[in-house]
Design a protein around this ligand. Structure first.
Ligand SMILES: Nc1ncnc2c1ncn2[C@@H]1O[C@H](COP(=O)(O)OP(=O)(O)OP(=O)(O)O)[C@@H](O)[C@H]1O
Ligand SMILES: [Mg+2]
Length: 417
């Protein structure tokens, strides 16, 4: 049997081990281990693993791939003991899980597993996890900002109680800003008789791309506003807003990079309160990182969209987000997952991958957004919404539908009030 070498006796240097009830249940794992490590890996049962990890020989292992399914859930304590033993030897743990309940998965991750990969293994994902173990992830990419002169601001009406919709990408480039920008624009255009007042806040303070996507100036008044939130009022807020096509009000990110901790929870709360007072809908493009004030937005928002893609980066980050929110007793249930560039209707394999990803993460994916192809990037680069650049684009249709349903919900809330 391939990989059946017992690590303590095999002469080839063993760099990693699978640990499972029976590795034959995980044949894709065998294939992936072989392609990553050749012959330099072994397989262990749970009891063997515990015994082996208590020996000094185990120190030479780089990682174990702990593969579990629903049958193994009955003995979580043994699994967590294996993880703890590995960690105490400095051996990394990749958790591979098939049909395991979210509660068990959560417990296993909390006990120290470094990486998680759902089973059946998506193509290349084990390799990706191993590479990440070897080299911690670097910072995300940036987009170039444009510096522009200030022009006159906006005079606002007050007295409203707007709906807050936050959008966050679960991985850089997943599509959060594209959704935020186009959703805000579709919302402006939903009401037939009386269009709703919509404000788009780019809180990606450092590398926010809304200004680029709508070809707006990054006004100096934005920095002035953000550095003096304490004294902000409706007027100074209005002064800092740019207007897109006379309809959509936008607080762009500043021209210069500001520290993310320039704003604390109190300042963010104040900005939201003022925005909500003056607009029917406030769409917030969140930075990809989880910051001090993310909690403020999470609590204030009626809807919090987390944009994911069908890849491991998103899956990993969902797990991290879930862990972080649950450990702080924050409302994880409020997060609505949006699968961007989702599989097409006819892509049955892709659809079943999406289903499995949702199951293994213990989330429901409420919304699928189509891949809109090159036209989407073109629209972003030209600084115009999809509705104007490619009205028939499938992504545009999906976002318009979403805007319509949010508009209807907002209206029925207002009528009920
Ligand atoms: N459904 C889609 N179909 C085609 N292209 C898309 C789609 N969604 C996003 N894109 C393109 O992917 C790129 C990244 O999108 P976007 O800036 O919205 O991601 P983001 O997650 O906000 O990124 P960042 O991490 O920089 O904040 C853009 O060029 C955009 O045009
Ligand atoms: Mg973005």
């Amino acid at each position: 049997m391939t990989g059946s070498n017992t690590p303590s006796t095999d002469p080839a240097p063993i760099k990693a081990c699978t640990v499972s009830r029976d590795v034959q249940n995980f044949d894709l794992l065998i294939e992936d281990m072989e392609s990553i490590l050749g012959e330099s890996w072994g397989d262990l049962g749970f009891d063997e693993a515990q015994a082996f990890l208590s020996q000094d020989d185990a120190d030479t292992l780089e990682f174990i791939a702990l593969a579990v399914d629903e049958v193994d859930e009955d003995d979580l304590s043994q699994l967590t003991a294996i993880i703890t033993a590995a960690k105490s030897r400095g051996v990394k743990v990749i958790l591979i899980a098939e049909d395991v309940t979210p509660a068990s998965l959560h417990q296993l991750l909390r006990s120290g597993a470094d990486e998680f990969v759902p089973y059946p293994l998506p193509e290349g994902e084990l390799n990706g996890a191993v590479l990440r173990l070897r080299r911690p992830a670097g910072p995300t990419t940036a987009d170039a900002g444009t510096v522009a002169a200030d022009t006159s601001g906006v005079k606002l009406r007050g007295g409203g109680d707007g709906v807050i919709i936050a959008v966050q990408s679960m991985a850089g480039g997943a599509g959060g800003s594209t959704l935020a920008v186009n959703l805000a624009w579709e919302l402006v255009n939903t009401g037939k008789t009386k269009p709703p007042r919509v404000c788009l806040l780019d809180l990606g303070l450092q590398f926010g791309s809304v200004a680029t996507y709508l070809d707006l100036e990054r006004r100096d008044a934005v920095v002035e506003l953000l550095s003096n939130v304490e004294n902000m009022d409706g007027d100074s807020f209005g002064q800092a807003l740019s207007v897109f096509e006379e309809k959509l009000h936008v607080l762009t990110s500043p021209a210069d990079i500001l520290p993310l901790d320039l704003l604390g929870p109190d300042e963010i709360q104040k900005i939201i309160n003022i925005a909500r007072e003056h607009f029917d809908f406030v769409v917030i493009d969140m930075p990809p990182s989880f910051v001090q004030w993310s909690e403020t937005i999470l609590n204030a928002a009626q809807v919090y969209f987390a944009v994911i893609e069908l890849d491991m980066r998103s899956a990993q980050n969902v797990i991290r987000l879930k862990r972080a929110l649950q450990s702080e007793d924050l409302p994880f249930d409020k997060v609505r997952f949006v699968l961007n560039r989702g599989p097409k209707f006819t892509d049955l394999q892709g659809k079943s991958r999406a289903k499995r990803m949702a199951e293994s993460l213990g989330i429901s994916i409420d919304l699928h957004l189509a891949d809109g192809g090159r036209a989407v990037t073109e629209a972003c680069d030209h600084g115009i919404p999809l509705a104007s650049h490619a009205a028939k684009n499938p992504l545009r249709k999906d976002i318009a539908k979403l805007a319509q349903s949010l508009h209807d919900i907002g209206r029925s809330d207002a009528e009920a009030a």
